[in-house]
Design a protein around this ligand. Structure first.
Ligand code: ARG
Length: 644
């Protein structure tokens, strides 16, 4: 193959077919191949082998090769020296230097500029899919991924964990699509279980049709909180005691009679609190049996809540292909699971408190003994997950399935993955749990715990205030409220994705919403500023030729320009890395670096008032930088702003 890549003594990376190298979508790979071609002769290596050893450079070098890794025998230093001695510069690679067993290479700036900017431009405005595709690759081509995220519980609060799952999940969906995977996204709603019985019982007591129609999520949550209080024996008894003293204050009862009456109060409260749960269980039982009126009531709660959730998702720029949920897992599938495991002899009957329940013993793997079926025959969260996974495999035949949920559920996922494995399902090992740490103290600025909508509204408000401070700019923004909302959401999202997902972080209003420092608003600002350069130069009559090959990129000689070009070239690498680690912080960190490099270049790479050819080359560089910044933001589900 290496022979095909060399014609008339010059190496052509585009003809070298090396696994993993995609020069047609990653210009940096072309340079990696060119560097590898400098190793094959002196080290007698195949191009494939040499390519594996080409790493991004350290200490200012473009690429570095650690010669010891090739295990050539003899002294690596000697081999490294040989590479440098035989080195011939060419169109791609300019110089090689040696330090002990390490050879560092610099690539030719003019070639780098031309290849990278052309690639960014072509793949942004003229990609085969018709959509901007710089940074994308085909590594997942032909493979199917199911990604499940957000998955809030209807009638319970949408908590910080759901927000993180939503943001991280959207990112994982985007990055898989960007790397060629066929992705189906699922929102697995917590829409089944005894809590629905509780809500139904609560709704009879505290519900209002009107409140349900205006804001189902908050109303049902409200009802849920109230009925839970009624169902809590401790609280019920406390209330009963208070009531007793109130009621008997005026009465002059004998001690005995007083005691008796108090006992009655307590007994009644106690019974009533238990009755709440009996009624809830009974309601859920009816739901599982398919009782029409119970199911109809449940469906109304679900539909109205979902309508509200969909509004929030749209606001957040997040979509799902499928709105599923625990309710969609079939009874039959769950029964089959239990039967199969019973046959396999891994199922036990519960004792003592778990009398009558069916459980599975996973002690051998230190995974406890989760209950699969309660004594009254109703199903459980884990059973639904096991059966649900089987149903999904039957439907989608996925190559992998990712569940995005917080680290507190590590045990749950380990248990249910293990059960599938014990059932000898070969695809069980393709299931993954993408976990994450907690957001601490997600509350409004006044300190009260609130819902997702409150958080987003508050972020929007603060941004709007901030924008109003600059009259001239404010007047220039088309829809300030919408813009403020976008900036606010960028703030929330970027804060969330700025560090490793497993880390806990503290929700910090002032840090998050600042325009300085590494924040969402800062990235939006960097993008808006580049957009404004593009508008202003166009207004001044500086327009790039439609045939961009006419732009003289050789004029981009400043170190600041090279730094930006090299960063643009690394974007496809960043995407690859983020796919491997499922870490959006890889992308966030990159975007900060890029934005810093751009802002450092404003003074040295002036566009306006320059000689035309130079002005055009610099403008093109900035437009390419803007396109890559936008691509990165979109990958993070952030909508890049043109003006702010
Ligand atoms: N609804 C669950 C919760 O809020 C999260 C669901 C995670 N996904 C799953 N397949 N269990 O805790």
């Amino acid at each position: 193959m290496a022979t095909k890549a060399v014609t008339n003594g010059t190496f052509s990376p585009y003809n070298a077919h090396v696994p993993g190298a995609e020069p047609e979508v990653c210009a940096l790979d072309a340079f990696r191949l060119a560097v590898a071609s400098k190793l094959t002769g002196p080290l007698s290596l195949s191009l494939e082998k040499a390519y594996e050893g080409v790493d991004l450079g350290k200490k200012g070098a473009d690429f570095t090769v650690a010669v010891p890794r090739f295990r050539l025998g003899g002294k690596p230093d000697t081999w490294a020296q040989k590479v440098v001695d035989e080195f011939q510069p060419d169109e791609w690679v300019e110089s090689a230097t040696v330090e002990k067993g390490f050879v560092s290479f610099m690539v030719r700036t003019q070639t780098l500029a031309k290849k990278v900017l052309t690639q960014v431009h072509d793949l942004t405005y003229d990609s085969p899919s018709g959509k901007p595709a710089y940074g994308c690759n085909n590594s997942g081509k032909g493979k199917k991924a199911i990604i499940e995220y957000s998955s809030p519980n209807i009638a319970k609060e949408f908590h910080a964990g759901h927000l993180r799952s939503t943001i991280l999940g959207a990112f994982l969906a985007n990055i898989h699509r960007a790397t060629g995977w066929d992705v189906t996204t699922i929102n697995y709603l917590g829409d089944w279980g005894k809590q629905f019985g509780l809500v139904a019982v609560g709704f009879e007591r505290y519900g209002s049709e009107e409140a349900l129609k205006t804001d189902a999520i908050h109303h049902l949550y409200d009802v849920y909180v109230k009925i839970n209080r009624d169902g809590d024996p401790e609280k019920a008894v406390q209330t009963a005691v208070t009531d007793f003293f109130k009621a008997t204050k005026e009465e002059k009862l004998a001690k005995e009679a007083q005691w008796e009456k108090l006992r009655d109060y307590i007994q009644q409260a106690y019974n009533e609190s238990y009755a709440v749960h009996d009624a809830a269980r009974e309601f859920f039982r009816r739901m599982e049996d398919g009782d029409e009126s119970a199911v109809a009531q449940w469906k109304r709660f679900r539909d109205l809540s979902l309508e509200r959730y969909k509004q929030s998702y749209e606001r957040l720029n997040i979509e799902f292909d499928v709105y599923g949920g625990e309710s969609t897992v079939s009874q039959q599938a769950m029964q089959e699971v239990i039967q199969k495991m019973t046959q396999m002899g891994i199922v036990e009957k519960g004792k003592e408190k778990k009398e009558g329940a069916t459980l599975i013993n996973l002690e051998k793997w230190k995974l406890g003994s989760p209950v699969l079926q309660k004594s009254d025959g109703t199903s459980l969260y884990i059973t639904r997950d096991i059966a649900g996974a089987i149903e999904r495999y039957t439907k989608y035949h996925f190559d992998k399935m990712i569940y995005v949920a917080g680290a507190p559920q590590d045990m749950h996922f380990a248990q249910f993955f293990k059960v599938l494995e014990l059932m000898d399902l070969p695809w069980a090992k393709t299931l993954e749990h993408a976990n994450f740490g907690s957001i601490l103290g997600m509350s409004s600025r006044k300190g009260t715990a609130v819902s997702l909508d409150h958080i987003l509204n508050e972020a929007q408000e603060v941004m709007h205030e901030q924008m109003k401070k600059n009259d001239a700019k404010y007047a220039n923004v088309d829809d300030p409220e919408k813009t403020a909302d976008e900036i606010g959401m960028s703030a929330v999202k970027i804060q969330d994705m700025a560090s490793k997902r497993i880390n806990n972080y503290t929700f910090n209003w002032s840090r998050m919403l600042s325009f300085e420092g590494d924040t969402g608003p800062y990235l939006q600002y960097a993008h808006a500023r580049l957009s404004s350069v593009q508008r202003k130069t166009t207004d001044a009559g500086l327009v790039l030729p439609s045939d961009v090959s006419k732009i003289n990129t050789d004029l981009l000689t400043e170190p600041g320009a090279r730094a930006i070009i090299y960063l643009l070239a690394s974007y496809p690498d960043v995407v690859r890395m983020a796919l491997k680690t499922y870490e959006p912080s890889t992308v966030v960190t990159y975007l900060f670096k890029l934005s810093h490099a751009i802002s450092a270049a404003w003074e040295t790479l002036v566009v306006m008032g320059q000689e035309e050819e130079l002005a055009k080359a610099r403008l093109w560089l900035f437009i390419c930088a803007k396109d890559v910044l936008a691509a990165g933001l979109r990958l993070l589900s952030v909508r890049p702003l043109e003006k702010m």
